[in-house]
Design a protein around this ligand. Structure first.
Ligand code: ZN
Ligand code: ZN
Length: 359
């Protein structure tokens, strides 16, 4: 079975997701008028946020940091700490970020306040964890309350340590005999469903194989060539961002939503928990370059891994229009009004910026 798709004038018209069977049509969905807010909202449109003076920003930032449970000083307000790493664990002494001491915590792991999977399903233990990826709430040089830290703004080495820490949390969760699989998930930005502006990711243990991954394992078992076929197809249509080290970064129509990027490592078919140090290093470099080039815009991402599927990351960029009707999806054919149009030109310019990124 090959991947089914239709083409007109060299552009993709529709394509069927080999894992879910959903058919994605590229159409004019973004031209649909959106009257809902205009017809239901009686308050006048909000004006743009006022630029803050440095004094006002500093006092506002202190107020936010004292209220943020993920900020240093508020450790007692989170659930109990499972693990932590200091800046000295993550950075060499000469490269410590400004204002951070070697023994200050850089990352903390706590249990999620509300377990994603009910505790009774996982042997009475809460297997939903939150990793604060960095202690800093704001970007260096922030001048507005919206200038919060984001993952791609961190150096590649920091992201690698975050993924290593997530893998340690994964092992910790798998020590629970009721846990069958563990997923890394991350939201960035309010539009993606993040409940906290402070940079963080989640590690979630569950009493089964996650259904999406189960489906990927089944399809891969029947059609092991599906992954390389998808890579060939996306390269043919000009949607590949980078490739090397047995790893490919590409735009792909096969995510939960239609605005979707993925990083696939065709060389690594084992769980993350048994991935070698060297391969983790290489994979995290690809993750870093994609997150950096996509910037602070909202997205959610998941890392899928395990026996029977190649290690891969799905990233759904979330500021876009889409529709899901009876197993068909719609995505704009002309994406000029969107943040990250998956046009070939845009993909090529993203790819160029990734090549320019210093690791
Ligand atoms: Zn914070
Ligand atoms: Zn997957």
């Amino acid at each position: 079975m090959g991947i089914e798709y239709g083409v007109k004038d060299g552009a993709l018209l529709w394509i069927r997701n080999p894992f879910t069977g959903a058919v994605l049509y590229f159409n004019e969905i973004h031209r649909k008028p959106h009257s809902f807010r205009r017809l239901t909202n009686t308050s006048p449109p909000k004006s743009a946020p006022q630029a803050l003076s440095p004094e006002t920003f500093n006092s506002e930032a202190r107020r936010v940091q004292s209220a943020c449970v993920f900020c240093p000083g508020n450790e007692a307000q989170t659930t109990h700490e499972v693990m932590r790493m200091s800046y000295g664990d993550v950075y060499p002494p000469e490269a410590l970020p400004d204002g951070c001491a070697a023994d200050d915590w850089a990352m903390r792991v706590v249990q999620n306040l509300v377990p994603r999977i009910p505790e009774v399903c996982t042997g009475g233990r809460n297997e939903s964890y939150v990793i604060m990826e960095d202690a800093r709430h704001f970007l260096p040089g922030a001048t507005a309350l919206g200038d919060v830290m984001w993952s791609g703004a961190l150096p590649a080495g920091h992201i690698e340590h975050t993924l290593r820490l997530a893998t340690r949390v994964m092992r910790h969760s798998l020590d629970n005999p009721a846990v069958k699989s563990v997923l890394i998930r991350k939201h960035q930005g309010r539009e993606s469903g993040a409940s906290q502006p402070h940079i963080h990711m989640q590690v979630i243990g569950v009493d089964r194989v996650f259904p999406t991954i189960e489906r990927e394992i089944e399809v891969t078992d029947r059609h092991p060539e599906m992954w390389s076929e998808s890579i060939d197809l996306m390269r043919t249509f000009g949607f590949q961002l980078e490739a090397g080290d047995g790893i490919v970064t590409q735009w792909s129509p096969f995510g939960s939503f239609s605005r979707h990027f993925e990083i696939i490592s065709l060389e690594d078919w084992q769980p993350l928990t048994t991935l070698s140090e060297a391969r983790m290093h290489v994979f995290s470099q690809y993750v870093h370059r994609l997150l950096r080039v996509l910037g602070p815009d909202p997205y959610d991402l998941e890392i899928h891994h395990g026996e029977g599927i190649p290690l891969h990351l799905h990233l759904n960029a979330r500021r876009y229009v889409y529709a899901n009707i009876g197993g068909t999806l719609n995505a704009p054919s002309d994406l000029a009004e969107n943040v990250l149009p998956p046009t070939r030109e845009m993909i090529q310019s993203l790819a160029q910026r990734m090549r320019d990124t210093q690791a």
